[in-house]
Write a protein that binds this ligand. Structure first.
Ligand code: ADE
Ligand code: ZN
Length: 330
């Protein structure tokens, strides 16, 4: 089954630097005189072989975005691509640490991204929000600095706080303070867990970070009691099937647990993570799960509904999005 553009889609899990089209990265690298030949090959493909080298390639590609207008171009490009695939809503993970490494303040980073999102929205009506992430392998102090920046420079489109980076480093307890600050400031919260680490990492994220959304979370499948708990507590998983295959968490989509988790009553959303790095797009993710597991139009509509209900946006925006979704129902 090909998923038509007419299935409205919503995305909760995409790293904006990881969504940069190779052509745009190459053009900006040339403009800023940056040599990227070690991470971008002549065919316009990012070069990496495992999670650690992926994170390095991601860092290198991020370094070409140096000005607010570079970031505006990136977010405008991504949101236009999303809208062209039928998405009505997208949340992007933004990484103030990467912007800072490229010489940009938190405020100019966010303003650049917001300008691009507004331009895309004017033409396509796509709604968007930003989730500022701390990078866990940079340590607790860096993660707390991010949340302080977010709280100290409020922006209407920055509505969430999250934790990404190398899951194999740093116990969630180290980040409890940052997440408490974020929750008290009214930000929605999410954390990567259960991608490279096992189900215990999800339990720890729920206990120490008090999140209601988990980035990936698919390795919950290894613990029956945890699957039941996720279903009972209505925890939402930001599942990124193509990313998991590309990074070797599962060998084939047919062995991916997304279908079983959904059947067990866990709230599932479908996302692209770092699309050009993993040779995917949000539309392709919807299409491949529908093809592989026989999901119907109504199944995909319910995936989008789950995403909108779990979105980090205000109730009025949510209602508008749900009306748009319902108007596509048949
Ligand atoms: N940063 C960018 N992509 C990521 C992923 N899939 N997991 C953890 N951190 C990331
Ligand atoms: Zn991710």
């Amino acid at each position: 089954m090909i998923v038509p553009v007419t299935v409205p889609k919503a995305e909760l899990h995409c790293h904006i630097e990881g969504a940069a089209p190779p052509t745009l990265v190459k053009r900006l690298a040339e403009q800023h005189g940056i040599d990227l030949s070690h991470v971008l090959n002549g065919n316009g493909k990012f070069i990496w072989s495992d999670f650690s080298s992926f994170l390095k390639a991601y860092d290198a590609a991020s370094a070409v975005f140096k000005t607010p207008s570079d970031y505006a171009l990136l977010s405008e490009t991504y949101f236009r691509m999303l809208a062209a695939e039928g998405a009505i809503y997208g949340e992007i993970f933004i990484s103030p640490d990467h912007a800072q490494a490229a010489g940009l303040s938190y405020r100019s980073y966010v303003e650049g991204l917001a300008a691009g999102m507004e331009r895309a929205k004017t033409d396509t009506a796509i709604e968007g929000r930003m989730i500022a992430i701390g990078v866990r392998h940079f340590g607790a102090a860096a993660v707390e600095r991010v949340v302080k920046d977010v709280i100290g420079n409020p922006h209407p489109l920055v509505t969430g706080f999250g934790l990404a980076g190398d899951e194999r480093s740093g116990h969630p307890a180290n980040f409890a303070k940052a997440f408490r600050m974020a929750s008290e400031a009214g930000l929605g919260t999410t954390a990567h867990a259960g991608e490279f680490a096992g189900p215990e990492s999800i339990v720890a994220a729920l206990e120490f970070l008090r999140v209601k959304r988990i980035g990936h979370g698919v390795r919950a499948i290894e613990d029956k009691d945890l699957v039941r708990r996720l279903a009972e507590e209505g925890v939402v998983l930001e599942v990124c099937p193509g990313s998991n295959i590309a990074l070797g968490v599962y060998t084939h989509l047919r062995f991916h647990p997304v279908n079983i988790l959904r059947r067990e009553g866990v709230k599932i959303t479908i996302n692209s993570d770092d699309p050009p790095f993993f040779g995917t797009t949000l539309g392709r993710e919807y299409a491949s799960v529908a093809d592989t597991f026989g999901w119907s139009f109504d199944d995909l509509m319910s995936v989008t509904r789950t995403a909108i209900e779990a979105a980090f946006c205000d109730p009025a925006t949510k209602n508008r999005l749900l009306v748009r979704l319902d108007s596509a129902a048949r």
